[in-house]
Design a protein around this ligand. Structure first.
Ligand code: G3P
Ligand code: MG
Length: 243
């Protein structure tokens, strides 16, 4: 087994406001190998980084992401809800993150959030940006919307994709292969030994989320390809102790 990689979930979201540039920079500073982020589209079809379909929880605004233009959305404060020290942090565009990430060696897991609100064409928009910043070999696109993964694969079979799922599926690597996906991003409780062993045998990478507790990090370090965690700093320390 290769070294288990550490992806910072929504950036270093344990210590910083999720899905903001400050959370991504913190992940890099913490020694994470990659970041995970969530992408949606504004009313004028700008890909932006935010987890929920509404801005209510993580900004000082109200309403659906899809109903904001980017000019309107960028005025919202996406940091103050987490801690006053982060007041003024903005919702980043995917393009801003790619521009920042390109000169680093970070891996990037782009989660397409198009299950609850559908964003037709989001796959093509995201792929164009990946190409523009020449980071294709460092990107994994994941989604709970598996039709979207098939569309990514149709548009560019060279881009790595991963199936997101919450359930205890039987031999999910067979399912992933059937839709042309290259990895399994499963909810932590379903990352059971049978899944880890079977996927390893099938050469299908497994990257469980969200691996935050010390004992879970210890159990999975050296046992899967990557973990997705809110606490990259802690995970990096535990990984050093485990090697
Ligand atoms: O991509 C892993 C994880 O982010 C999936 O769930 O809801 O945190 O986006 P969620
Ligand atoms: Mg996510």
């Amino acid at each position: 087994m290769l070294k288990t990689l550490i992806f910072a979930h929504r950036g270093a979201s344990g210590t910083h406001p999720e899905n903001t540039m400050t959370a991504f920079q913190a992940a890099l500073d913490d020694g994470a190998d990659g970041i995970e982020l969530d992408v949606q589209l504004t009313k004028d079809r700008v890909p932006v980084i935010i987890h929920d379909e509404t801005v209510n929880r993580t900004t000082d605004g109200q309403g659906w992401v899809k109903d904001y233009t980017y000019e309107e959305l960028k005025k919202l404060d996406a940091g103050g809800w987490f801690h006053p020290a982060f007041h003024g942090a903005a919702i980043p565009t995917l393009e801003a993150v790619l521009e920042w990430l390109a000169p680093t060696s970070l891996l990037l897991n782009i989660e397409l959030k198009n299950g609850i609100v559908r964003y037709p064409g989001i796959e093509e928009i995201v792929l164009k940006l990946i190409k523009k910043y020449d980071v294709k070999n460092r990107v994994i696109i994941s989604s709970f919307n598996h039709y979207s993964l098939v569309e990514v694969h149709r548009l560019d079979p060279d881009v790595e994709t991963a199936v997101l799922f919450m359930e205890g599926l039987y031999e999910p690597w067979e399912y992933a292969k059937a839709l042309g996906a290259n990895g399994l991003h499963c909810f932590l409780p379903v990352a059971v030994p049978e899944l880890l062993a079977g996927a390893a045998k099938a050469m299908m990478p497994v990257r469980p989320f969200t691996v935050n507790e010390d004992q879970h990090i210890r159990a999975l370090i050296n046992g899967c390809d990557a973990i997705i965690t809110d606490w990259p700093e802690k995970a990096v320390i535990i990984r050093k102790q485990c090697t």
